[in-house]
Design a protein around this ligand. Structure first.
Ligand SMILES: *[C@@H]1O[C@H](CO)[C@@H](O)[C@H](O)[C@H]1NC(C)=O
Ligand SMILES: *[C@@H]1O[C@H](CO)[C@@H](O)[C@H](O)[C@H]1NC(C)=O
Ligand SMILES: *[C@@H]1O[C@H](CO)[C@@H](O)[C@H](O)[C@H]1NC(C)=O
Length: 381
């Protein structure tokens, strides 16, 4: 297979712009201008069994629409079309049960917005600052450098251990970029344990983005911009099933794609249930397409690589199925709105930023996409 690349260690640092509330980051609290939830317009409050509370807000009054670029934005409730691609599940040696994130039940015409227990979660900060303030990062994954109009990926759901009182983060993430240096637009989605953002150490589904000109990193509803359309799931939703070592395996399919008509960037689950979209007007560099994509594990934070922050299942990639985390069925969307497997060696790379802490194994190119095992325990004292 791709032996020539087997040991290629790639630099995975350029894209690591997730939200981390480390020292040096300035915060905007809800009281200060932005992101004041219109509680007056909440039509229903839903508390899930896990304790999470959602406000069901009129879809046309969601805070996101207050973004200056979205004045007069007309909400698109459904993608104009769905990408073309094999949606059949081929016969796998192994198969995981699918996690269903759509567990909330807001009334028609409303969307759920998670009430974050930590007040003032608007993480508004500068990427300049992030690069220079000693945030440690590690990543293990696959990179693609070429035109990207979307992607689909199947993520094995684990709950990596992250210290509850830390500002560290462990994620399995996919993202698409375009731009150069600081001036890069980024959109991404995945699952993450992020105690300083969520207030707990459970694994949740999140989205994040950077508007390259603003140089601001945003997650979920912490900034305006991402338009929710689903009344059944929301950014920040807790995943109700997690894989067990040597036990049942759970997975989640995430799709991101550019609407060929409206050029909005959609996020849907494996059953094509749209969560929402980044309106195209938000971006300068992602206007037409991405030129870079990443899939894999990311650990980041002030003490991320100096303490034991797990990635994936917390076990090294070589342990294999039911023990290490697996990511697979990675495909990219091409200019003709069709999912294809990226096979061009010159555009693909895979590796880990530090193989002492986190490894990858069994990278492979199958007809249904790219895949690999990844992860590790982090620094073990
Ligand atoms: C948030 O607060 C509610 C009510 O106070 C509580 O039941 C729930 O467990 C908290 N959730 C988290 C994630 O801390
Ligand atoms: C997209 O379709 C056009 C016209 O059929 C074709 O020329 C082009 O090669 C296709 N692109 C890809 C990436 O398959
Ligand atoms: C990898 O991490 C270990 C443990 O923290 C450290 O000793 C080593 O210098 C790191 N290697 C690289 C290449 O950063």
């Amino acid at each position: 297979m791709k032996e020539s690349q087997a040991n290629k260690v790639i630099l995975l640092m350029s894209f690591l712009a997730l939200v981390t509330r480390g020292k040096g980051i300035s915060y905007q609290t809800r009281g200060q201008n932005s992101h004041i939830l219109p509680y007056g317009q909440v039509s229903k409050i839903i508390q899930l069994k896990c304790g999470d509370v959602y406000d069901c807000i009129d879809v046309h009054l969601q805070p996101s629409l207050n973004h200056p670029q979205l004045k007069d934005h007309k909400i698109q409730m459904q993608p104009s079309s769905f990408p073309i691609g094999l949606d059949t599940e081929p016969q796998f040696l192994h198969s995981e049960s699918q996690v269903q994130p759509s567990i909330i039940d807001c009334p028609e015409g409303t969307v759920p917005v998670l009430r974050n227990n930590i007040s003032g979660t608007s993480a508004t900060h500068d990427i300049h600052v992030m690069g220079s303030m000693g945030i440690e990062r590690a990543a293990a994954g696959i990179e693609y450098r070429g035109d990207v109009y979307g992607t689909t990926v199947k993520i094995n759901v684990w709950q990596p251990k992250v210290n509850k009182d830390s500002k560290d983060v462990s994620a399995t993430w996919v993202h698409i970029n375009n731009g150069v240096g600081e001036h890069t637009d980024r959109i991404g989605a995945g699952i993450m344990v992020n105690p300083s953002f969520s207030g707990d150490i459970s694994v949740r589904f999140h989205i994040a983005w950077t508007e390259g000109l603003e140089k601001k990193v945003c997650m979920d509803q912490s900034c305006r911009g991402f338009v929710q359309v689903s009344r059944k799931w929301a950014p920040g939703v807790r995943l109700d099933h997690v894989s067990v070592y040597d036990g049942p395996q759970w997975a989640m399919i995430i799709k991101i794609f550019k609407d060929p008509k409206t050029k909005n960037w959609w996020v849907t689950d494996g059953k094509n249930i749209p969560l929402g979209y980044w309106p195209n007007g938000l971006f300068t560099f992602l206007y037409d397409k991405g030129n870079f994509a990443f899939w894999g594990g990311i650990v980041q934070g002030p003490t991320a690589t100096s303490t034991a922050v797990e990635m994936g299942s917390g076990h090294f990639a070589s342990e294999g199925y039911q023990r290490a985390a697996i990511i697979r069925k990675i495909q990219i969307l091409n200019e003709n709105n069709t999912y294809v497997t990226a096979e061009d060696d010159l555009k693909l790379a895979h590796g880990t930023s530090n193989s002492t802490l986190y490894t990858i194994d069994k990278f492979r190119v199958d007809t249904d996409g790219l895949g690999m095992y990844y992860g590790g325990p982090g620094l073990v004292a």
